[in-house]
Design a protein around this ligand. Structure first.
Ligand code: NDP
Length: 493
């Protein structure tokens, strides 16, 4: 609702445009009722109201978003032909949606949770959706475990409550989660505001150039506001006083003209390096150390325009990791491969099959598809243009000049143990050793607080993982929980 008053008088109508004479009183047989069935206006309003909510997202339900601009500041055309990077100074419109992961749509903003960081770049060759998080890694590396992981973080089947035992049981049985668990319980686990957090593609993607050369890449969006975090106490207080604190902060900053900015960087690995690099380059639980693949600056992303209607623009926004314009591509990362299916699948269920036609999702460039019909079709449905391809009537046709370079793959189709040859401890340990003494104490305190009431066998199993990452890490958590570290090392042995 605009806070600005308008003097122009508009006559209210039904959805069919028929002027409404009375929107205060239902039509009744006599002043005391009953209500007449022919009161179309009443029926229409009640029926529409009943259908106002679309299903909420299974994950990332609570969100805040804004439009902005991406501006190229450095030339990366040797890696990619993607037009949005074609010259320094080039601007592309974007829409960014932040979200928490586990909570429902009305849940508090200031919880300890990763934050979704999903950016839609409306490029002239179609949308690029960078559907990332504010952490560079994830809890699982095989998509078969995704729904199990989310179930463990959502509500208990009997109590309907979030449940620390389910959470730590899953994590302790899934050591690949340790790196992300360490980030989640570090100071960065609760950002002070959405403006004070980074964004990461987390997955490895690819770029390819006009010569058909491919590079593996990871995207990093570094906040220019600086990283700022929130303590557990402050977050708990705000969750009661103002559960929409982050949403409000983002909206009001932009209204005031305080536009948040992120420096966009990319790590670039030549295609061949992936065969010999010591770290599995497509493992979502791992980063590429900066010393191996330094960040290359690409541009600046600024948020500078609030949506006008939350439902139309933030709730109906749909992002797909598979939206990759020419010059960009996916990688073999198994989690990414599965997300390429699951995101549009969720949108078809939640928003409807024509979700790409909703204005916030619609590309700013022309779109020529053979998709026709389906619910909620609000454009001309392709008019008289051909509905099949090939055709002799000038319908859109494919163009081989956009072809992505072929990717060599090999191996027998099988179910490979994703834990074989993938160790889960060194990067979590590196992070523990990198942060300050105060941050380490905070990390341990946060974990100890979150593990209260969890059965001791699960605590011991999880402390074993902390201990393997760094002895001081395991010892600190064990001490905080009153557990003898000898029982942990005995169990681990
Ligand atoms: P570097 O010393 O080059 O980088 C360390 C990075 O750690 C920093 O740049 C910062 O990332 C990040 N960091 C600092 N404090 C925290 C925190 N509390 N929670 C999460 N991240 C934090 O070392 P490496 O590149 O060798 O990486 C060492 C460890 O740093 C990794 O094991 C990983 O846990 C973490 N890290 C690495 C990233 C990478 O892409 N290499 C990205 C993020 C974390 P940033 O600059 O992005 O703010």
């Amino acid at each position: 609702m605009s806070s600005k008053k308008s003097s122009s008088k508009k006559v209210m109508t039904t959805g069919a445009g028929v002027p409404v004479a009375d929107n205060q009183n239902s039509m009744t047989a006599g002043p005391r009722g009953p209500v007449l069935m022919q009161d179309y206006q009443l029926m229409e309003r009640m029926a529409h109201f009943n259908r106002e909510r679309v299903p909420e997202r299974v994950v990332h339900a609570k969100g805040a978003g804004a439009y902005g601009t991406f501006t190229v500041t450095n030339d990366i055309t040797k890696y990619t032909r993607a037009k949005l990077f074609e010259k320094i100074g080039k601007e592309t419109e974007v829409f960014l949606r932040f979200s928490t992961v586990a909570g429902e749509k009305g849940s508090a903003d200031t919880v300890r949770d990763p934050r979704g960081f999903a950016v839609k770049f409306y490029t002239e060759e179609g949308n690029w959706d960078m559907v990332g998080n504010n952490t560079p890694v994830f809890f699982v590396r095989d998509p078969l475990k995704f729904s199990d992981f989310i179930h463990s973080q959502k509500r208990h089947p009997q109590t309907g409550l979030r449940d620390a035992t389910m959470q730590w049981d899953f994590w302790s049985l899934s050591p690949e989660s340790l790196h992300q668990v360490t980030i989640l319980f570090s100071d960065r686990g609760i950002p002070a505001t959405l403006r004070h957090t980074n964004g990461y593609s987390s997955h490895t993607f690819s770029l390819w150039n006009d010569k058909g050369e491919r590079y593996w890449v990871k995207w990093h969006f570094k906040t220019q506001q600086g990283i700022k975090c929130m303590s557990n106490d402050e977050a708990a207080k705000l969750a009661g006083d103002n559960p929409d604190f982050h949403t409000q902060d983002l909206f009001e900053s932009i209204e005031k003209g305080e536009y948040p900015r992120w420096t966009v960087n990319v790590q670039v690995m030549p295609e061949k390096d992936a065969e010999t690099y010591g770290i599995h380059p497509f493992d979502l639980t791992k980063v590429w150390p900066h010393a191996d693949y330094p960040l290359i600056e690409v541009g600046v992303l600024e948020l500078n325009r609030n949506p006008v209607n939350y439902f139309a623009e933030v709730e109906q926004a749909t992002f797909e990791p598979g939206n990759l314009p020419p010059g960009m591509g996916p990688s073999p990362d198994k989690m990414l491969q599965a997300r390429i299916l699951s995101y549009p699948d969720a949108h078809r269920y939640r928003v409807g099959v024509n979700y790409q036609g909703v204005p916030v999702n619609k590309p700013r460039c022309p779109m020529h598809t053979y998709h026709r019909d389906g619910q909620t079709r609000f454009d001309d449905n392709g008019g008289v243009s051909p509905v099949y391809q090939p055709n002799s009537f000038g319908g859109p046709a494919d163009d081989a000049s956009y072809r992505e370079p072929p990717l060599k793959i090999s191996g027998d189709a099988d179910r490979y143990d994703h834990r074989d040859g993938n160790e889960d401890y060194s990067q979590a340990g590196a992070l523990f050793r990198l942060i300050s003494d105060d941050q380490r104490r905070l990390l341990i305190d946060n974990i100890v607080a979150a593990m209260q009431g969890v059965p001791q066998d699960i605590q011991i199993r999880q402390i074993g993982h902390f201990y393997k990452a760094d002895h001081a890490y395991g010892e600190g958590v064990a001490k905080g929980l009153g557990i003898d570290i000898a029982s942990v090392t005995h169990e681990a042995a």
